[in-house]
Write a new protein. Structure first.
Ligand SMILES: C[S@@+](CC[C@H](N)C(=O)[O-])C[C@H]1O[C@@H](n2cnc3c(N)ncnc32)[C@H](O)[C@@H]1O
Length: 227
């Protein structure tokens, strides 16, 4: 943790401390990481669920970084978690999310390859267990087999549904794009000018294909769409 940094990033569902897994945009010394997880074993600063982060005050962080955890919630819990993310963000803050791309992995399954090894994890600097299409859909079985049942996935997102849920949660500007590893990346902000493609590029540390960008009224609308 960098005590002299003036901006706070709340790393929700942080997992074990892994500075190299922090999105590139937050590796700048100006950022201080506050780690939150439901699992005390990963030694977070705050032990809490994404759906109840009352230990984190309103409007107290400059960014929320959510990497591969919203899919661990039940679908009906997602709006509660997104409302919590929005609550703890300062008005000028932003949310950065990455999670599995349901549509991309569904194509692999539709082609008849649910057990296909799509990538490998890294563990303690070495090659870790493989990740199959089934793991991306239902949660990494290697962990679940070892008793971490909260690693199971209970919902999923496409580019469109993630964007829509972010808009419905009251984020005024939302950009979503597919990543390189069967994943989606999204940036969202309440204040329209702070969520842009440049930020998404810097957050991801790479330039990718076109994103779907949606600007909506700050008040959520039932007609809001990320398409
Ligand atoms: C797949 S790991 C991702 C860890 C890290 N963010 C990363 O990208 O490497 C999912 C993490 O989400 C946490 N998690 C699962 N459900 C949660 C919940 N309801 N609230 C907070 N954290 C949760 C798990 O304990 C685990 O550390």
């Amino acid at each position: 943790m960098n005590a002299s940094a003036d901006r706070i990033v709340l790393n929700v569902g942080c997992g074990p401390r892994q500075p190299d897994k922090l999105a590139p945009v937050f590796r700048d010394p100006g950022w201080r990481e506050l780690r939150l997880d439901i699992d005390p074993d990963v030694e977070p600063d705050v032990v809490a669920s994404l759906t109840d982060m009352r230990a984190v005050p309103d409007a107290s962080v400059d960014a929320v970084w959510s990497s591969h955890n919203l899919e661990h919630l039940f679908a009906h819990e997602v709006p509660t978690a997104l409302a919590e993310f929005r609550r703890v963000l300062k008005p000028q803050g932003f949310l950065l999310v990455t999670l599995p791309d349901l549509q991309a992995v569904a194509k692999v399954v539709a082609d008849g390859n649910p057990d296909a090894v799509l990538m490998r994890t890294r563990m303690n600097g070495a090659e870790g267990p493989p990740i199959t299409a089934l793991d991306i859909l239902f949660g990494h079985d290697w962990w679940i087999e070892r008793g971490r049942t909260f690693m199971a996935h209970r919902t999923g997102f496409t580019r469109q549904t993630l964007g829509r849920k972010l808009l419905d949660a009251g984020f005024g500007t939302v950009a979503v794009r597919p990543g390189p590893a069967f994943d989606l990346w999204a940036v969202a902000a309440v204040q329209p000018l702070r969520a842009d493609l440049g930020l998404l590029d810097r957050a991801m540390g790479m330039g990718l294909g076109p994103a779907s960008v949606t600007t909506a009224p700050v008040q959520p609308s039932p007609l809001a769409s990320a398409a």
